[in-house]
Design a binder for this molecule. Sequence first.
Ligand code: ADP
Ligand code: MG
Length: 399
Amino acid sequence: MNIHEYQAKELLARFGVPVPAGHAAMSVEEAVAAAGQLPGPLYVVKAQIHAGGRGKGRFKELGAEAKGGVRLANSPEEVRAHAAEMLGNTLVTIQTGPQGKQVNRLYVTDGVDIAREFYLALLVDRKTGRIAFVASTEGGMNIEDVAHETPEKIRTFTVDPATGFMPHHGRAVASALRLEGDLAKQAQKIAARLYEAFVGTDASQIEVNPLAVTDDGRLLVLDAKVGFDSNAEFRHPDLESLRDESEEDPMELEASRHDLAYIKLDGNIGCMVNGAGLAMATMDIIKLNGAFPANFLDVGGGASKEKVTSAFKIILSDPAVKGILVNIFGGIMRCDIIAEGIVAAAREVELNVPLVVRLEGTNVEEGKAILADSGLAIVPADDLGDAARKIVAQVKQPG
Ligand code: ADP
Ligand code: MG
């Protein structure tokens, strides 16, 4: 789960991380009121969407000369003008894709005079299985570009979970950012507190870009992106209120409500599979046969008929889907249950795309009989290869 910048900053502030003062606003009036609570004279109005690159982003509805999603304002009246232009419009950034994201919330925050901008992130390094710090003197820009053009300017090191954060980790961050004296001390403290926040919330990433040095010698978090490990969500019921469902893919959201592991992809063959490994293999074999999967979907080991029905409906609600491949190995899951779910869903939602079903395992004969007796145009398949060839042939058929 990801959260907005203003939520991330409120959260980090609770762990003692220095951030500029600011207030969220859902309307123009709230934005002006927020500015009234700040000291001024410089304000920043920031679009709150779950994507970065807002500063360099452009609004779809506004001309090319209009400013992006992070705007400086010199008075509450200027804040009003920016808020009125941004709210309700669609911001396109390198991270949103061409369709962009509608701006429904703003963050009005203290403007600071920036001397230098750094990059500092914490994430889970899969290779070492440890929390890693990623630090760069090249902040404020797209870190992927830095990684591509000047990789030597990015320093990465991991923290041994047996010791946790140690003073030397803080010194390593300060040194990676080439800071000395008081600024180095501030960097060490911020690194320690970010680590505490990361562990304390079971985060999966905390990305600060930029971490800024101000003209008056303070180190401040000016932008923060925080994501949480969904496997640990149950340990943080308080964080659930930070969820903004309007930022999530509607189909993925619906799937999570039914406890289905669903990820939307770019292809046109919908997949319903039990088990993540089999789901991966199914996507691979679709590609091997020259087509692309429309989704990853794991209905899990012990899915009910209702779960199968909702999975089926979610796949069918994707307009890109031109055919469906159901690939079930009934170990814990019984094939007849799956078959009943498929038939129920296909009857409920008008099934207007070809459906290939490969069933194997417990009660497979009963399952196949249910499908055959249903009167629905279901193409049975014998094995994984046969299933993939059949669905790809169906989807590729002209007309
Ligand atoms: P994004 O990464 O989505 O573009 P940022 O919050 O990083 O959004 O803002 C982009 C740039 O705007 C920053 O790199 C920084 O130069 C400037 N900026 C952001 N917040 C402030 C602030 N509070 N005061 C002054 N400048 C800011
Ligand atoms: Mg940023």
